[in-house]
Design a protein. Structure first.
Length: 401
């Protein structure tokens, strides 16, 4: 009991120290309720609680304890507890640590020895780091990355329990504080959005406090803005925008079942299939193999549901290098060729010269290239791996893919 009280006092002192010396991290910490837990090896958070192992806390100096607490609160500040999706839990923790630790070191905080930090990951989102770690493991046939998680993904990171009903955190070499998924009560989409909004407000308030004290860590504001961008689910955005470009009709023969329970009899949406679709793939070298495969899988899934009459796949750089045509029901397979500069106008010219009026045209590109002077009469979507904007159409950011 005395050790628990002693550790609690040390944590409270570290909180106060952070509030005075590093107000951004210190003010955020008061959103987390801390308690002792031997279910975790170091520390862990699910965005609501801060769990700490007493033996780990005792091993830290006052300075490294403060740094570890700042590390832990950065997980929910960056929405790491809401962003994992189906990713491997242990590799996700490693990626998140690599994203956080350089920020803390640059802010002048002390971290325990052996923490996960590499300069090559500076400025990268957790999703980008995760994908890089995964691709490095895939290309190393003899490598043992140690990324396999002892916690099943089916548990969503919070089903494994011990006697105290605390979630079991994955153990990672060099890890000083783990991130758990939001509690099961937050799996409802509205609750997750609520929690995300609350943390966004808390971060803005913490930034204001730190700025007023003249102690806002340099560059941290850009990192917080980038976190919201990286959290965008590009698959859902692509599917929604792509589907929105498809003509639909309404029929009383198929009532909208979503409203029947309310006693409302409304017409349902009827889609009879679509005409022709054009997919243009930037072959200037800006798209890596993983992004190409992800886009191909998602496009194939969308097209299977929409049943287009025909799909044209254009491979282009400064000119249209190759065209593949897929008839209704044929699965698409992307095989890019080219490698020069990028111009988007030739793709639109190719469509116009053949008298094609596509239901929609979808580009996979980094948006670095020259655009035509005017927009076409049909919808255009840009699945972009870069950060530029297009002069027309809708941009779906794929930076984190």
């Amino acid at each position: 009991m005395r050790n628990e009280t002693s550790n609690s006092l040390r944590i409270q002192k570290a909180r106060t120290s952070l509030l005075l010396d590093h107000p951004f991290f210190g003010s955020l910490l008061y959103r987390l309720k801390d308690r002792e837990s031997r279910a975790v090896k170091t520390m862990a958070t699910d965005g609501i609680s801060l769990l700490w192992n007493p033996e780990f806390v005792e091993s830290l100096t006052a300075a490294t304890l403060a740094g570890t607490l700042a590390h832990e609160v950065m997980h929910p500040a960056l929405h790491h507890h809401l962003r994992r999706s189906s990713r491997d839990l242990k590799r996700w923790n490693i990626a998140c640590d690599y994203a956080i630790n350089p920020l803390l070191v640059d802010a002048g905080l002390s971290l325990p020895e052996g923490v996960l930090i590499e300069n090559r990951f500076r400025g990268m989102s957790s999703e980008q780091i995760y994908n890089l770690l995964e691709s490095e493991e895939d290309t190393d046939p003899n490598g043992d990355s140690g990324q396999e998680s002892p916690v099943s993904n089916e548990s969503n990171g919070s089903a494994a329990q011990n006697e105290s009903s605390d979630p079991s955190a994955p153990e990672t070499d060099g890890g000083i504080g783990q991130v758990l998924d939001a509690p099961s009560e937050s799996e409802d989409s509205e609750t997750e959005q609520e929690q995300a909004r609350e943390w966004e407000i808390a971060v803005k308030q913490a930034m204001t406090v730190a700025q007023q004290a003249g102690k806002m860590p340099a560059g941290l504001d850009r990192t917080m803005e980038g976190a919201a961008e990286a959290a965008v689910n590009w698959r859902e955005l692509l599917r929604r925008l792509w589907s929105d470009t498809i003509a639909a009709d309404y029929s009383w023969m198929r009532p909208n079942r979503r409203h029947l329970w309310r006693g409302l009899y409304l017409p349902g949406v009827v889609k009879e299939g679509v005409g022709e679709i054009v997919i243009a793939v930037d072959c200037s070298g800006s798209i890596n193999g993983r992004q190409l495969r992800l886009f191909e899988a998602e496009a194939r899934s969308i097209l299977e549901g929409q049943r287009p009459e025909r799909v044209y796949v254009l491979y282009f750089d400064a000119v249209v290098q190759k065209v593949e045509t897929y008839e209704a029901g044929q699965p698409i397979s992307l095989n890019p060729m080219g490698g020069g500069g990028t111009e988007f106008a030739p793709c639109f010219e190719w469509v116009e010269e053949r008298g094609i009026m596509p239901q929609t045209m979808v580009f996979l590109t980094d948006l670095y290239g020259s655009f035509p002077s005017c927009a076409p009469s049909y919808p255009v979507l840009w699945a972009s791996t870069g950060r530029r904007q297009a002069p027309f159409g809708e941009v779906i950011p794929m930076q984190s893919a």
